[in-house]
Design a protein around this ligand. Structure first.
Ligand SMILES: *Cc1c(COP(=O)(O)O)cnc(C)c1O
Length: 416
C-alpha cells in the first residue's frame, strides 16, 4: 500500500506489530490504537483524544461506554451470564416482551451478530415460503439488491457482488436473484415473472456501499409490491436501525412495517454482540424446536444489555437528535463543498452520512484525507474507495458538530 502513515509513537507501534504478527490480516485498519472511549470520544494509547465518526459501523449509537448500558451488563454479568436455551432464564422473557412492544411485532428470535440475524431471516423466509405460501420444496428464491452488504457468511456472500468478499470462497448458495437497488420496476418485473419468490431482502439505506439513500417512496412501494405478490419484505436495519437515520427505524421514514426486521449493532449500544429477528406470528410460528438456534442467542447478559440500550435511545431522544443534527451536519458539509471542490457530493439521512471525494474509486486520496482527519482529532474511514462515511454517536451535541465541521474543513484545505 502506498498510503501515507503519520509518525507513530513507539507505544502504538508495539500494538500494531502484534496484530500484524499474530492476527489474520482480514482488516486494514487506520494506524490508530485506541484504549478508552466515553460518549462521542475515544483516546489512543498516547492519550490523544478523537471524535469517533465511525461509531463502530453504527454499533455505538448511544456513545462509548454508556454508564447505564455498561451498568446493566456488569450487574447481570455478576449474577448469571449463560444458561443456554436448554433452560429458561429470568431475563429473556422480559426482554422479548420489551423488544417486541418497542418495535411492534408479535415475536423475536434472538441471535448474536448481524450476519447470524440475516441468516436467520433467510431461513425463516424460506420456511414460510414452503409451509405457508406453498412454493414447491427447494424452489424458493429471495430477491436481493446489487451492492448489498449483509455480512460475511458463505450464504450471504453468495449474493454479494463485491468480488473481494467472494473470490475463492465458492461454491455458493443458490436461490437468490439480484436486481439494481432503488429500482421499483426491476422488483416488479421479477415478482410478476414467477410464483417462486419468497421475499425481498433490502437495506433501507445502503451503508457499506457508500450511504446510498434510495428515492423517496421506494421502500413504501417495494413493501406494497411484496404484499401484492405475497412475498415477505425483509428489512436489514442492522446499520440503519436504532435511531441512526433520525427515526427509530429507517423504514419509518416511509411508514413501512417490514414482515421481517433484522437488527444488530446498536441494539446493544456496542457493548456486547446482540442481534434480533422480529416478525409476526404468521411468519415466526413456522420455526419449531430444534430447527434453528444459537448457544449464546438470548443469553441473560444480552437481554439485560439490549433493554438498557433501547431505553437509552428512547430516554435520551436519540432519534430526534439524529434527525436535527443530521441537517446541521449536511448543511455544514455542503457549505464546505461550496468552498472546496474536493467534496464532490454530500449525502445521507439523520447521522448516517457520507462525503464523496472528487477522485477515482481506486485513488488513495480518501484514505489520506482520513489520516489527516485523524491528525486533527477525528476518526473516519473510507468505504468503497472514494467515499468517507460520517456517522458519529447520536449523543453528539450541536456545538460538537460545529467543532467537527471545523476539523473536516481544515483537513480538506490541506489538500488543495
Ligand atoms: C454490519 C452489517 C451486517 C453484519 O453484521 P455483523 O455483526 O458484522 O455480522 C449486516 N447487515 C448490515 C446492513 C450491516 O451493516
Amino acid at each position: 500500500m502506498e498510503q501515507s502513515h503519520q509518525a507513530l509513537s513507539s507505544k502504538a507501534e508495539v500494538f500494531i506489530e502484534k496484530e500484524n504478527k499474530y492476527g489474520a490480516h482480514n482488516y486494514h485498519p487506520l494506524p490508530v490504537v485506541l484504549e478508552k472511549g466515553e460518549g462521542v470520544y475515544v483516546w489512543d494509547v498516547d492519550g490523544k483524544k478523537y471524535y469517533d465518526f465511525l461509531s463502530a459501523y453504527s454499533a455505538v449509537n448511544q456513545g462509548h461506554c454508556h454508564p447505564k448500558i455498561v451498568g446493566a451488563m456488569v450487574k447481570q454479568a455478576q449474577t448469571l451470564t449463560l444458561t443456554s436455551r436448554a433452560f429458561y432464564n429470568d431475563q429473556l422473557g422480559p426482554y422479548e416482551e420489551f423488544v417486541t412492544e418497542y418495535f411492534g411485532f408479535d415475536k423475536v428470535l434472538p441471535m448474536n451478530t448481524g450476519a447470524e440475524a440475516v441468516e436467520t431471516a433467510l431461513k425463516l423466509c424460506r420456511k414460510w415460503a414452503y409451509e405457508v405460501k406453498g412454493i414447491p420444496e427447494n424452489q424458493a428464491q429471495i430477491i436481493v439488491c446489487e451492492n448489498n452488504f449483509h455480512g460475511r457468511t458463505t450464504t450471504i456472500i453468495s449474493f454479494s457482488n463485491d468480488e473481494n468478499a467472494r473470490k475463492s470462497f465458492g461454491p455458493f448458495t443458490a436461490g437468490f436473484i439480484k436486481i439494481p437497488y432503488d429500482d421499483i420496476e426491476a422488483l416488479e418485473n421479477v415478482l410478476k415473472s414467477t410464483n417462486t419468490i419468497a421475499g425481498f431482502l433490502v437495506e433501507p439505506i445502503q451503508g457499506e456501499a457508500g450511504v446510498y439513500v434510495p428515492a423517496d417512496g421506494y421502500l413504501a412501494k417495494a413493501k406494497a409490491l411484496c404484499e401484492h405478490y405475497n412475498a415477505l419484505f425483509i428489512a436489514d436495519e442492522v446499520q440503519t436501525g436504532i435511531a441512526r437515520t433520525g427515526k427509530l427505524l429507517a423504514v419509518h421514514h416511509e411508514n413501512v412495517q417490514p414482515d421481517i426486521l433484522i437488527l444488530g449493532k446498536a441494539i446493544s449500544g456496542g457493548v456486547y454482540p446482540v442481534s434480533a429477528v422480529l416478525a409476526n406470528n404468521a411468519v415466526m410460528n413456522v420455526i419449531k424446536p430444534g430447527q434453528h438456534g444459537s448457544t449464546f442467542g438470548g443469553n441473560p447478559v444480552a437481554a439485560a444489555v439490549a433493554i438498557a440500550a433501547l431505553e437509552v435511545v428512547r430516554d435520551e431522544n436519540l432519534s430526534q437528535n439524529a434527525a436535527y443534527l443530521g441537517v446541521v451536519l449536511r448543511t455544514g458539509l455542503n457549505e464546505i463543498a461550496s468552498r472546496n471542490p474536493l467534496i464532490k457530493l454530500v449525502r445521507g439521512k439523520g447521522l448516517l452520512n457520507a462525503i464523496v471525494i472528487n477522485c477515482d474509486e481506486d485513488s488513495d486520496l480518501a484514505w489520506d484525507i482520513c489520516m489527516k482527519f485523524s491528525e486533527y482529532g477525528l476518526l473516519a474511514k473510507p468505504t468503497h474507495g472514494n467515499k468517507i462515511r460520517l456517522a458519529p454517536p447520536l449523543v453528539i451535541t450541536e456545538t460538537q458538530i460545529h467543532e467537527c465541521l471545523g476539523i473536516i474543513e481544515r483537513a480538506l484545505n490541506d489538500f488543495r
